[in-house]
Ligand binder design. Structure first.
Ligand code: GLU
Length: 423
């Protein structure tokens, strides 16, 4: 049930709080979102009818700065999912020390049923509904599942129309021609690649002997697969929402993408040996050294965690491993590199985009890559060290690391210990 997603996600907080010397009121503050706005978007369809779509935006916590997080267009989106994703964004931004709190938005819609013009009207309707809630200094959206550069372009344009002047810093993930940052398109996948590279020795995942399976073949997954492939890793399995392929001899992700673009699916894509067609569930349990879930939440649960063969899981999706699944993996010694670290490259380059928009001064792509690594590598190492020193999972370590930062920010305005030191 959707409510469970938020309740179980929030349990990570209590888990991490056991390892941080932090005042109770800080945990209390982080228990619920600061504010959540719901709206119905009424959109004129191509056939002349008007249709309503449920939409939300949640600003979870803004102690560390304006809130930040994507907008998801998906039929399964609901308020609990949006709140959960906003909660994760709060911790993700703190993990990378970005001067942002966390937020998320969503619309319950199947974009595959919309024409391009309907999609534009829906995107503009979202901004009309939430224009007072978002803002370049208040809450900055970005892409998430089934939203992309052109959706961001329509949304930025609509916001500019409402406010009377262009404000590129209202939203990130824009096309480069409209103030987007170079390097934002592949940033999520690239960040995951940097994390794996930084922990190569610790995890024993050198390119020559590491077989990779990726679930999902969207933006994050494709770029991660291509960077791993270019670095000499062997991609042995891939999937999209309709099919999965597995070949122990490996495959070229560029060729698979070319096939998917042409046919609409990874099914039947060319590989090095003889590819086997699998279903998505079986792919997760296939033999490999690193499994990269890069699709949706709750893919590895108590139902299949015992059957996962990969000794390392890199969470490129948000929340792909459920807490019950996590416990089983932990017991089995499987190392899970958590989402709030592994997929944080996207929001980090979003931060760069926002900085460039505000400065009106744009960086070459090499500078984006250098700055991304300069942030991600030390934070990755720090989380590895916290996990080692406190003998906890990398997920708990990432939450501990983030919670310390959020805690210090709350404490800097005074908590009970300041106002009533003797009490
Ligand atoms: N939607 C992405 C995420 O879940 C990116 C958010 C952003 O760039 O603000 O991290």
């Amino acid at each position: 049930m959707a409510t469970d997603l938020f309740t179980t996600a929030r349990a990570r907080l209590d888990d991490a709080a056991r390892y941080v010397d932090i005042e109770r009121e800080i945990i209390e503050q982080l228990r619920y979102p600061k504010e959540t706005l719901a709206a119905t978007l009424l959109v004129r369809m191509d056939d002349g009818s008007r249709k309503g779509f449920k939409a939300w935006r949640c600003r979870y916590d803004d102690t560390r700065g304006p809130t930040k997080g994507g907008i998801r267009f998906h039929p399964a989106v609901n308020v609990d999912e949006v709140m959960t994703l906003a909660f994760w964004m709060t911790f993700k931004c703190a993990v990378m020390n970005l001067p942002f709190g966390g937020a998320k938005g969503g619309v319950s819609v199947d974009v595959k049923t919309l024409s391009r013009a309907e999609l534009e009207r829906l995107s503009r309707a979202y901004v009309q509904a939430f224009a007072r809630f978002i803002g370049p200094e208040r809450d900055i959206p970005a892409p998430d599942m089934y939203t992309n550069g052109i959706v961001m372009a329509w949304m930025a344009d609509e916001y500019g129309t409402i406010t009377g002047h262009p404000s590129p810093a209202i939203i990130t993930g824009k096309p480069v021609a409209l103030g987007g940052s170079l390097g934002r398109d592949d940033a999520t996948g690239r960040g995951g690649f940097y994390v794996l590279r930084e922990l190569r020795d610790e995890l024993g995942v050198s390119p020559d002997k590491t077989r990779i399976v990726l679930q999902g073949f969207g933006n994050a997954s494709f770029h991660c697969a291509r960077l791993l492939h270019d670095d000499g890793y062997r991609i042995v399995g891939l999937s999209d929402s309709s099919a999965a392929i597995y070949d122990p001899d490996g495959m070229d992700p560029y060729a698979v993408m070319e096939h998917k673009n042409r046919t609409g699916s990874v099914a039947g894509a060319p590989t090095r040996g003889h590819a086997r067609a699998l279903d998505n569930a079986a792919l997760l349990e296939a033999e490999c050294d690193v499994l990269i879930p890069a699709a949706v939440e709750n893919q590895i649960t108590e139902d299949n965690a015992a059957a996962i063969q990969a000794p390392v899981i890199l969470e490129l999706a948000n929340g792909p491993v459920s807490p019950a699944g996590d416990a089983i993996l932990d017991e089995r010694g499987v190392i899970v590199v958590p989402d709030i670290l592994a997929n944080s490259g996207g929001v980090t380059v979003s931060y760069f985009e926002w900085v460039q928009n505000k400065a009106g001064y744009y960086w070459p792509v090499e500078e984006v890559h250098t700055k991304l690594r300069a942030i991600m590598d030390p934070e990755t190492r720090r989380i590895w060290e916290v996990a080692r020193d406190k003998a906890v999972s990398m997920r708990t370590a990432a939450y501990v690391h983030a919670l310390e930062r959020i805690g210090h920010a709350v404490e800097a305005r005074g908590t009970k210990a300041f106002f009533n030191p003797l009490g």
